[in-house]
Design a protein around this ligand. Sequence first.
Ligand SMILES: [Zn+2]
Length: 321
Amino acid sequence: MTPDLIGRAASRFDLLELLGGAHQRVSATRGGEWAGPCPLCGGRDRCRAWPHREAGPRAWCRGCGAEGDAIRWAMFIDGRDPDRPGETGRWLRKQRVVLPPVCSKPPCAGPSPAPLRRLPPEEVAQLWTDSWPVTKGRLVGDWLESRAIDPAAVEAQDLARALPPRGKLPSWASPWRRSGHLVLLPVHDWAGRMVGVRARAVTTNVRVKEFAPRGQGSRGLVYASPAALEMLRGTPAKRVVICEGWPDFATWATRLTDAVLGIYAGAWSDNLAARVSDRAEVLVRRHDDAPGGKYAMQVARSLAGRCRVAVLEPAARGGVA
Ligand SMILES: [Zn+2]
């Protein structure tokens, strides 16, 4: 594989998302310099990134010395050595990276997307450890049943948990007991790592029924069934169902053994698309509105030519909406 092809493949990855999404912009040097934690050595702020550099995105960690473009970082994070001869080509084929068409526009033209942000991982992990099974939290179990979703199946697949009714909560979750947002929904990144939670209300008399805590964001984050987690972590899947929103995701994740992903309109990313198995049969379910149509189009386009994609129009679907 030529350096030019690799460079084009690298532009399909979102460098800031690869680095964990917690980087903050620190200066305007070379199209903007970002600083944040290193996904390799765990250093808190010594990993520098230039995602909009004219010659292409690049990052360098002053702690462990890792450096390179998005492909090199993705390989480091996957435990591969990009300096081994032939390894990059093998890895890209394994990732089923689709090379973008040749484009005469300068790289990184146009407005740059806002950097992703994430919650402190230790706070997310602690909340998850302290949470209750959905079958033990009565209000959460009742809410699931009201949506025709089986709480026992949700528990068995770890698709949601109940906010712990007592004890200390992280500051970003502390209003949820009072507001009634008692359902915790785990969200995963492109590599199948649980990086956050969303909170869902058990009652309907709330202003916002579901949200991501401040500081977490939504872009590039998915709900994933056990088979979908395996796929994100590198095991190919034959059939993939992509749903819009948690209730539809949980409805199908509890009924199918296929890889089922749940995503919000606008949150799909190239890094996620690259993890969907080659030649997979992909079914995209969408809401009956404009953002739903746009999301389905974006997902379908990102997989076109590599997977067999069908978009299930809202009018055509039966079962639980
Ligand atoms: Zn490092």
